[in-house]
Design a protein around this ligand. Structure first.
Ligand code: IFM
Length: 755
């Protein structure tokens, strides 16, 4: 299927094992399974993650819990010698993902080590994480030894307890057992997280559908002999076809969930449906997911492929409806970045979710509503009122970011960082995203279901955080860190001040502040909050007070000063600190989100100024640079930045370390950014209180872009080509001119604007 298969050939190098593990991830927002091969273990970073379950071991960083791997398979010959992927040709091993249905597959020829170039066995596998049943994982294993008929093989399979942990172990009391339920033999593994004792269950049922297996006892050597293991050893029985097919159904859940107690009894019912049933079911669900979100780009198959890959990852991570789950900064690709939720979700991913799958996007908001107690606690801890959301949020909104979040690679000493304490824009980012969610989906009910309280408490936080400067007749926000984390503890960061102003305006508009004194104060702060203004003849907005007086040096010069390639450029002694070199889009992000604050010409000037000074040390940075470049007609640079975002994981080029901290994994924010670049950048989509408008600037070789969206419950399809803008909705195609506003009334058929 053209454009839907992402695959690699040949035996992977160590790095490729990691990138394939990321790129071929299968997930359904609740469970994530890394795209590793069946025979892999912790060294190759196998991973089965449940979204939202965290644990801390012996006071170390809390991180998501990686489960024992229920997809494990080891193949040996009848002498117990391991087989390997036959190295004679890259064609002997292919490995990939079918983006259309989230099906991971491998197709390998295996050989013996003593005669590596002679294949003796074919091994195929497929797996997916069900879109219908949150905890269900399906696996099909197919062995074919027509190359060496009459041979017999030893297979070790089951739930492998060899777990990849960064700060673990996180699980204990791992107890495997076999249970006969309704005549079906189910393997059950029970375990508990160490810190909070959260019970987790995995049930696994394997059915031989072709050929035969007989048990070997005891389990073969290696991981199978682990005392906590759920592995069993088998031997193939002779069959005229020299083939074996095994279908495996796996069900996972944890203690607080309503389906937890039913894991073992539910599995036989689910396993009664065969592979074909579940595969069709999966294809049907994914078909619906894609129907609502697949953006088609004619004239650029590379861009199309990169975008589709990005959307695949975003769709895989989309939480099930009503779950109050969110999407961590590295998705479900491992314990990286503590599995925490950052502003990445609200600013970079949520627009895609709310404009394509609004009902499931609601889960992201519910997650923040659920996290409000954590945010109130954090504000109080620093002596403020209201809600100061966690910079790195884990379950129940708990802050996971530490004061010493980076270790200096040169000295090995922990570095004092201020991400947690000073990136106060996080609360306003959440309010900004909530406002957009309501505007775009029309779901005002969320306000009465906790949304208004979130907005009000965030506003109260800023009212207690800002300072009145009577001498200058203005309010200021002092001692903050903006998106550019290389310059910490600055005053009046442009992005932060813009965001806070918006937060207060929205709180007033939605009646989220109750106390009359607070309402009056908010009105005053909205009027008098200082927003850094374009400066000098060039009209450059200072990123913060004094920014324009810092040293002007090239990015290369700063990078050349490093003593170690992973040296952190920010912090107290960071090389970038006294220069104008910044980590990521900051002023430019502010202008991307609030283009109306200055005239177009100044937007261009600021883009050019900051572009030369931005290291793009974060995967988030490219979105705003591309978005603005497209809007100002610089489609060439926009396209480059689009590729940086959309191909970040395909190319495996993202930073892997900050200091000694491993930060690999997938980059859903960059993937959400890739979608934004196409939709808000190249198509120039703007959604305002008045309605929708488009002002396209397509790269010259893009013939046409087609994009489905859901706006306040109405499905629309935008088709933009060089000479027309067509919008199809409610059974009719409407042609509009660039910049013309299509009123809400016309789109939804409803009376007046209601959001
Ligand atoms: O949220 C980002 C931050 O802006 C830069 N460092 C990485 C974080 C997670 O992606």
């Amino acid at each position: 299927m053209d454009g839907w298969i992402i695959q690699e050939h040949g035996i992977p190098s160590e790095d490729q094992i990691i990138t394939r593990g990321n790129n071929f991830l299968c997930a359904n927002g609740f469970i994530g399974v890394r795209g590793t091969l069946e025979e892999y273990g912790s060294t190759q970073k196998t991973g089965v993650m449940i979204n939202g379950i965290y644990d801390s071991h012996e006071g170390r960083w809390s991180e998501p819990v990686n489960l024992p791997n229920p997809l494990y398979l080891r193949v040996q010959d009848d002498q117990g010698r391991d087989l390997q992927i036959c190295p004679s040709s890259p064609a002997n091993h292919s490995h990939g993902i079918d983006l259309a249905a989230g099906i991971h597959w491998r197709n390998s020829l295996l050989s013996r080590t003593e005669n590596p170039s002679a294949p003796v066995l074919g091994l195929k596998s497929q797996r997916f994480v069900s879109q219908e049943v949150p905890g269900l994982i399906l696996q099909r294993l197919e062995l074919d030894w027509t190359h060496s008929p009459g041979s017999s093989w030893q297979l070790t399979m089951g739930v492998d307890p060899d777990i990849w942990d960064i700060n673990g172990p996180h699980l204990h009391k791992i107890t495997p057992r076999m249970k006969l339920i309704d005549g079906v033999m189910v393997e059950e593994i029970q375990m508990e997280t160490q810190e909070r004792g959260i019970p987790i269950r995995i049930a696994r049922h394997a059915r031989v559908v072709e050929g035969g297996l007989e048990p070997l006892s005891p389990a073969s050597e290696g991981r199978g002999s682990s005392p906590t293991g759920g592995l069993s050893a088998f031997k193939t029985v002779e069959s005229p076809q020299n083939r074996l097919t095994v279908d495996v159904h796996i069900l996972v859940s944890w203690g607080d969930r309503e389906d937890f107690s039913r894991v073992f009894t539910d599995l036989p019912r689910l396993a009664a449906r065969n592979w074909q049933y579940w595969e069709e079911n999966q294809r049907k669900h994914w078909h619906h997911l894609w129907q609502a979100s697949d953006v088609r780009i004619s004239g650029d198959s590379e861009a199309m492929k990169a975008l589709r890959f990005s959307l695949y990852h975003l769709l895989s991570l989309l939480p099930p409806e009503g779950e109050a789950l969110s999407v961590p900064a590295r998705g479900l690709s491992g314990q990286v970045y503590k599995g925490a939720i950052f502003w990445d979700t609200e600013i970079f991913m949520q627009p895609f979710y709310e404009l394509t799958h609004p009902r499931r996007a609601r889960s992201l908001i519910l997650n923040r509503i659920q996290g409000l107690p954590g945010a109130l606690k954090k504000a109080a801890q620093y002596g403020y009122r209201g809600a100061f959301y966690a910079w790195e949020a884990q379950d129940q909104g708990e802050e996971a970011c530490t004061d010493y979040n980076i270790t200096d690679v040169i000295t090995g000493r922990p570095m004092r960082t201020f991400f947690r304490e000073k990136q106060i824009h996080i609360s306003a980012d959440i309010v900004f995203a909530l406002g957009n969610y309501i505007l775009r989906t029309g779901d005002r009910e969320i306000l009465d279901q906790g949304g208004r309280q979130v907005i009000g408490e965030c506003a109260r936080f800023y009212l207690s955080r800002c300072h009145l400067r009577p001498d200058l007749n203005r309010y200021e926000l002092l001692d903050v860190t903006g998106p550019d984390e290389y310059h910490e503890r600055v005053h009046n960061n442009f992005f932060t001040n813009l965001m806070v102003k918006h937060c207060l305006e929205f709180a007033l508009e939605t009646g989220s502040l109750q106390d009359p004194g607070e309402v009056r104060l908010a009105e005053d702060v909205v009027q008098r909050l200082y927003i850094p203004q374009p400066w000098g003849s060039a009209g450059i907005i200072p990123q913060f007070d004094g920014y324009l007086t810092l040293r002007q040096v090239g990015i290369e010069e700063v990078l050349e000063g490093r003593l170690h390639p992973n040296e952190y450029l920010g912090g107290e002694n960071g090389l970038a600190r006294w220069t104008q070199v910044i980590k990521q889009a900051d002023v430019v992000l502010g202008l991307y989100l609030f283009p109306q604050v200055i005239e177009d010409e100044l937007i261009r000037a600021n883009w050019e100024y900051y572009e030369q000074r931005t290291e793009h040390g974060s995967s988030l940075s490219a979105t705003a640079y591309a978005g603005i470049a497209a809007r100002i007609g610089n489609t060439q640079d926009a396209l480059q930045y689009f590729y940086t975002s959309a191909r970040i994981d395909l190319d495996g080029r993202a930073k892997q370390y900050v200091g000694d901290l491993y930060i690999g994994g997938t980059h859903p924010a960059a993937q959400g950014g890739a979608w934004q670049i196409v939709v808000f950048g190249f198509l120039g989509l703007q959604i305002t209180r008045q309605g929708l408008s488009l002002d396209p600037h397509l790269p010259s070789h893009w013939r046409e872009v087609e994009c489905p969206l859901v706006l306040r419950g109405t499905q629309i399809r935008i088709t933009v080509s060089e000479d027309s803008i067509a919008i199809y909705y409610r059974g009719k195609t409407h042609y509009i001119e660039p910049g013309t506003v299509l009123a809400w009334q016309s789109i939804t058929g409803e009376g007046a604007d209601h959001a």
